[in-house]
Design a protein around this ligand. Structure first.
Ligand SMILES: [Cu+2]
Length: 127
C-alpha cells in the first residue's frame, strides 16, 4: 500500500516525460519533411548505357530521382536548362542515387559524357 502511494508521483512524471519524448521527434520531423523533401515526380534508372526512361515529365517543384543500376560508370551533365535554372552535375559513379528538385518550368536536357547517345530529357510542366 505504502509503496504504491509513493510510487504514483514518479509514475506520473515518467509518463509525462515519455509522452514529451515521443511527441517531440514526430513534430519536428513532419516540419522538416514538408520543408526539405519535394515529391518525387519521376524515377530514372541509370543503366548500361542509357537512361530509363529516356524522357520524363514532372510538375514544377517536383523532383527527379536517378538511381545507378549498371555495371559501368556513368555521370549526369545538363546541356540545356530553362532560363534562370542552374546546370547541375552528378559525378561519374557506379552506384548511388541522387534526387533533384526542378523549380523552373521548361525542358531540361542532360547526358552522360562517358557514352555517346546516353541522354535524357525532363519536361517540367508549369502546373
Ligand atoms: Cu553513361
Amino acid at each position: 500500500m505504502t509503496a504504491v502511494r509513493q510510487g504514483a508521483p514518479y509514475l506520473t512524471v515518467a509518463l509525462v516525460a515519455g509522452a514529451t519524448l515521443l511527441l517531440a521527434p514526430i513534430t519536428s520531423q513532419s516540419l522538416t519533411v514538408r520543408k526539405a523533401r519535394p515529391a518525387i515526380g519521376a524515377r530514372v534508372a541509370v543503366v548500361d548505357n542509357y537512361f530509363e526512361p529516356r524522357s520524363v515529365t514532372i510538375d514544377r517543384g517536383e523532383a527527379v530521382k536517378w538511381r545507378w543500376k549498371g555495371a559501368n560508370r556513368h555521370n549526369i551533365v545538363f546541356t540545356k536548362v530553362p532560363a534562370r535554372a542552374r546546370k547541375k552535375k552528378a559525378r561519374s559513379r557506379v552506384r548511388g542515387r541522387i534526387t533533384r528538385a526542378l523549380r523552373h518550368s521548361g525542358t531540361y536536357r542532360y547526358r552522360c559524357t562517358l557514352y555517346d547517345g546516353m541522354q535524357g530529357t525532363i519536361k517540367v510542366a508549369a502546373r
